[in-house]
Ligand binder design. Structure first.
Ligand code: FMN
Length: 347
């Protein structure tokens, strides 16, 4: 299922097109369609963002979380993490950090590498991030959150956005207060994942809170959390009036989901990729991973994605077992090609 193919309808739902936004603007950047690939550590690298772009329907792709300290101190493989392809734009690079000066310096670097937006992480619940007062810990300190965001806004010419959770816990719901302070220092857009830090990924994302944020701030609000199907994306729009919809986990299993949402929004129906589409996409992605970086990283990411992409495919459990022992990414790609050839010829 490539861009421009005719699609076979497998889902019919009446849509009132005007209910759902076709685009939104963060500062001077237009996001069209109003659909965003979520930042996901270990997943949304340059190669996966290109996969999603090739599948179509997405308006903005976001990098995985990048540590400003790692960038400033030169302790991370910056050339790999900051890599942006010509076919990815618009793209946001996401930074974490609590030191305004270091965040400003890291943001300048991101903008210099071609990021169309710089996004600040105020949602990551991982201990290694929050112990440095970064990520979701910034939602406990409105003044520090505003100082970090203000420094980044002043440092770069591109729009700055923030992705946040509801707060630390149900007893500490701070997103509205922090959001207002961020808007005051010039943040051009906000994304809200409707869970607290304490919830992690359990329970349901609270979409009512996304509607509350939309009503409270003058900048675009992107809703996030538990969009698992194209229908759910439209439900989120209807329930909250948000400007854009962000999809994370569902896009890793189904990178065509943005295209499907867009087709559902505009035409009332969407198609599903064929088995050939799926194996071709995996092969393309793996080829890109070989080019991206160190063989160890390529191998690790191939295994990660194989586990996600092939769920539900016939014989996929046996394939994953057979590829587990590979130590070289080239050999793994060859092993995959052999399996893919057999799958295609069975059809
Ligand atoms: C494996 C994984 C890695 C993630 N990494 C990040 C990250 O680097 N930055 C961030 O802001 N959110 C991160 N998130 C959170 C997602 O962006 C998103 O908010 C969350 O998964 C809810 O959306 P979903 O229900 O569509 O998956 C991550 C989530 C997962 C599952």
């Amino acid at each position: 299922m490539r861009e421009g193919d005719s699609l076979l309808a497998n889902s019919q739902r009446p849509t009132a097109n005007s209910l759902y936004p076709s685009s939104y603007r963060a500062g001077d950047v237009t996001i069209a369609p109003a659909l965003v690939l979520a930042p996901m550590a270990g997943l949304t690298d340059h190669t996966f963002r290109r996969v999603v772009r090739r599948c179509g329907g997405v308006g903005l792709v976001v990098s995985e979380i990048l540590s400003s300290e790692g960038l400033v101190r030169g302790t991370m493989r910056a050339e790999e993490y900051l890599r942006i392809g010509a076919d990815e734009h618009p793209v946001a690079l996401q930074l974490s950090g609590a030191d305004p000066e270091h965040m400003a310096e890291a943001a300048r670097r991101c903008a210099g590498e071609g990021a169309d937006l710089v996004d600040i992480n105020m949602g990551c619940p991982a201990h290694k991030v929050t112990k440095g007062a970064c990520g979701v810990a910034l939602l406990r300190d409105t003044r520090q959150a505003a100082a970090v965001a203000g420094a980044v806004v002043r440092a770069v010419g591109v729009p700055v956005t923030v992705k946040m959770r509801l707060g630390w816990s149900e007893r500490e719901i701070t997103f509205i207060e922090v959001a207002r302070a961020l808007v005051d220092v010039g943040v051009a857009g906000l994304t809200l994942h409707g869970r607290t830090k304490e919830q992690g990924y359990s329970g349901r994302a609270d979409w009512n809170r996304i509607a509350e944020l939309k009503a409270a701030v003058p900048v675009p609000v992107v809703g996030n959390g538990d969009v698992t199907t194209p229908e759910a994306a439209l439900d989120l729009w209807r329930a909250t009036g948000c400007d854009g919809v962000m999809v994370g986990r569902a896009a890793v299993k189904n990178p065509w989901i943005f295209r499907q949402i867009e087709d559902l929004r505009t035409a009332g129906s969407y198609g599903t990729p064929t088995m050939t589409d799926r194996v071709d996409l995996i092969e393309d992605h793996f080829r890109d991973l070989l080019i991206l970086g160190p063989p160890g990283l390529a191998l690790h990411r191939m295994k990660t994605f194989l586990g996600k992409y092939t769920v539900g495919m016939p014989g996929s459990a046996a394939l994953r077992r057979s590829l587990e022992g590979y130590r070289e990414p080239e050999a793994m790609l060859d092993g995959f090609r052999e399996w893919a050839g057999a799958v295609k010829s069975e059809k």
